[in-house]
Design a protein around this ligand. Structure first.
Ligand code: FES
Ligand code: FES
Length: 155
């Protein structure tokens, strides 16, 4: 495939122009073309949530967006998402990852939740990460970490 489609986007506050072929996915554009490796690639079918980013402020799975469809959109990954540091500290405090493959997507989903709802319940936290799969932790420690980040105390 020929990479001849011009794509303009803002990634973590920085404007970029890149060339893409018609099948290139946003997650591939972010990782491979723009060399920003914090976003993970898992299933590539929209199921696992590893590739979750903020797209114009909305939680989206970047494997479900064609790069060629992007027209100046604002994309935020864990390298440039507000509120991530507090969540990262909480994930460490609550041992909320093992392999870490899901963590980037979980952090984005959690940051979006806390922006919309700074004081979520356990059920609201579970709902916010319901599009993100974790094969290692059983989720409880992830929910606890998001609670800790929101409420400033252990769950
Ligand atoms: S890689 Fe996008 S949802 Fe799994
Ligand atoms: S820590 Fe391994 S998939 Fe979540």
């Amino acid at each position: 495939m020929k990479a001849d489609i011009e794509v303009k986007l803002t990634l973590n506050g920085q404007p970029h122009t890149a060339l893409a072929d018609s099948r290139l996915l946003l997650v591939e554009l972010i990782r491979d073309t723009l060399d920003s490796k914090g976003t993970r690639v898992g299933c590539l079918t929209g199921d696992c949530g590893a590739c979750t980013v903020l797209f114009d402020g909305e939680v989206r799975k970047s494997c479900l967006i064609l790069a060629a469809s992007i027209a100046g959109n604002d994309v935020r990954t864990i390298e440039g998402c507000d509120g991530i540091e507090k969540l990262q500290e909480a994930f460490i405090a609550d041992n909320s990852f093992q392999c870490g493959f899901c963590t980037s997507g979980m952090l984005i989903a959690a940051a979006d939740l806390l922006k919309r709802n700074p004081s979520p319940s356990h059920d609201e936290i579970r709902h916010a990460i319901s599009g993100n799969l974790c094969r290692c932790t059983g989720y409880e420690s992830i929910v606890n970490a998001i609670w800790r980040a929101a409420h400033g105390e252990p769950a």
